[in-house]
Design a protein around this ligand. Structure first.
Ligand code: PLP
Length: 459
């Protein structure tokens, strides 16, 4: 570990002794001391006391401008007043029905008005949305195999947990990557039914279709790959996928769990003018409450209506999440708020770029809608393998440096990105940029001393 990183971590430890103690205590009863593996990092994660608007406070009393926002779930910001009002009102009228109610139709109308879908079913998490999307796609196509992109993340079910973060020795050919289970417990049958292609590489997708004739049910992807920082689709890539799916009788699934609410009014399908067959939504559509949906054509949904494909869930459309979702669509994800976030996003990205140029850091900023990331690479990355060539300790110096200056620049982990909420202000962005200006010269210096990374880091 280089000295500059050591210093930042030592400052972090001095500022956050209560988090250290809570983590030590939690380790006795909870694996890794956290409820989701993504929340664990060295030396220990921050423990939260409370959050409001664009700010979050840890149990030591440090306040941060929050761009983690629950891994991008809070485009609404914390406890958005309109969401809180709707939820508070609903709390007095039942929290779970397990029976139909009219908010279901209302929210379905909101979703069908924004995304290219005719019917929707609801759930509570992104994992559920992509799991049901894959199942109904398999049923619609009458085939078992799904094409997924190396390095993409679609949740925790067996179809999704393949080649999420493969190690270099597991890669295989870039045009035909190996299917690598993301840990023990993923059945071999799932591995065999998930065929891997490379993002931004249509040739690899074509090759997969050719190698599995009449067997591919669907291609699933995030239109912007956000499990590697932020990797933009190159011109023609999404259109090419649409064409390949149509030609091969496969369905195109857009996992818009992140992009659906945060890229803009109509998500990625509107922004790129490419129509998927199935759209998956979660995270920011719920305003901070567990809410997800998958939508498609009436024809595909008839598989559920005709009792050929099963879909259910005790917590589906619980009235708390539905009230939150309605308030989010109607009062948070408005055109006015998208304009506000776009303005802040531009200011943040341009501020970073100015500082990067000033200090001579070899890096760039990727930004799309409410999301963005400092990408510590000399040139734009195109896929997962490009992304693995990151100097992890340099990134950690950035993240801890920002934390020590009161800014959670993004969730911990170099595969994540920042989110700007509708409750962030110009002052928040000024504070973020001031912290980066303070941290950046040290990054440039360390980068120069450490030299370029040439070997892919195993994650
Ligand atoms: C693109 C994408 N799809 C699916 C998921 C899974 O969502 P959840 O964590 O709500 O199950 C995530 C979570 O980060 C995601 O980023």
């Amino acid at each position: 570990m280089h000295d500059a990183l050591k210093n930042e971590i030592s400052t972090y430890e001095k500022r956050t002794p209560k988090s250290a103690a809570s983590h030590t205590r939690a380790l006795k009863r909870i694996p890794l001391g956290v409820a989701s593996n993504y929340r664990a990092y060295d030396p220990y994660p921050l423990f939260v006391k409370e959050a409001q608007g664009s700010k979050i406070r840890d149990i030591d009393g440090n306040e941060y401008v929050d761009h983690n926002l629950c891994f991008g779930t809070l485009m609404a910001g914390h406890s958005h007043p309109e969401v809180v009002k709707a939820v508070e009102a609903q709390l007095h009228h039942g929290t779970a029905y397990g029976m139909p109610h009219d908010m279901e139709w209302e929210l379905a109308e909101e979703i069908c008005g924004r995304y290219p879908v005719e019917m929707v079913r609801f759930g509570s998490s992104g994992t559920e949305a992509t799991m049901h999307a894959c199942r109904i796609a398999r049923a619609a196509a009458g085939r078992d195999k799904i094409i997924k992109f190396e390095g993409s993340y679609h949740g925790l079910h067996d179809t999704a947990l393949i080649s999420v973060k493969p190690k270099p020795e597991e890669y295989g050919d870039a045009d035909a990557p190996n299917s690598v289970p993301g840990g023990l417990g993923v059945p071999q049958a799932s591995v065999a039914n998930v065929v891997i292609a490379s993002f931004n590489n249509l040739k690899s997708v074509e090759r997969r279709f050719k190698g599995n004739p009449g067997q591919i049910a669907a291609v699933i992807l995030e239109p912007i790959l956000m499990n590697v920082g932020l990797c933009m689709p190159q011109p023609g890539f999404l259109e090419g996928l649409r064409k390949l799916c149509t030609e091969n009788g496969a369905l195109l699934i857009f996992d818009e769990v992140k992009t659906g609410a945060k890229l803009g009014w109509g998500g990625a399908s509107e922004a790129y003018n490419v129509k998927p067959d199935i759209t998956c939504l979660a995270k920011s559509i719920g305003g901070g409450f567990p809410l997800a949906a998958f939508g498609t054509s009436r024809k595909v949904m008839d598989l559920i209506s005709d009792h050929k494909v099963f879909h259910g869930g005790t917590y589906n459309t619980n009235p708390i999440s539905m009230a939150a979702g309605l308030a989010t669509f109607r009062s948070v994800l408005t055109r006015e708020n998208y304009a506000h976030v776009a303005k802040l996003s531009k200011k943040l990205a341009e501020g970073y770029r100015k500082t990067i140029a000033k200090v001579g850091l070899k890096a760039y900023v990727a930004s799309a809608g409410a999301n963005g990331a400092l990408m510590l690479y000399p040139k734009e990355i195109q896929n997962y393998r490009d992304w693995t060539l990151v100097d992890i300790d340099l990134w950690r110096q950035y993240w801890f440096g920002m934390v020590n200056r009161g800014v959670l620049a993004q969730p911990y982990w170099w595969d994540e990105q920042w989110t700007i909420s509708v409750q962030h202000t110009e002052a928040d962005i000024d504070k973020h940029l001031a912290a980066f200006e303070d941290v950046a010269p040290g990054l440039a210096k360390a980068q120069q001393e450490r030299g370029p990374v040439t070997v892919a880091a195993g994650h």
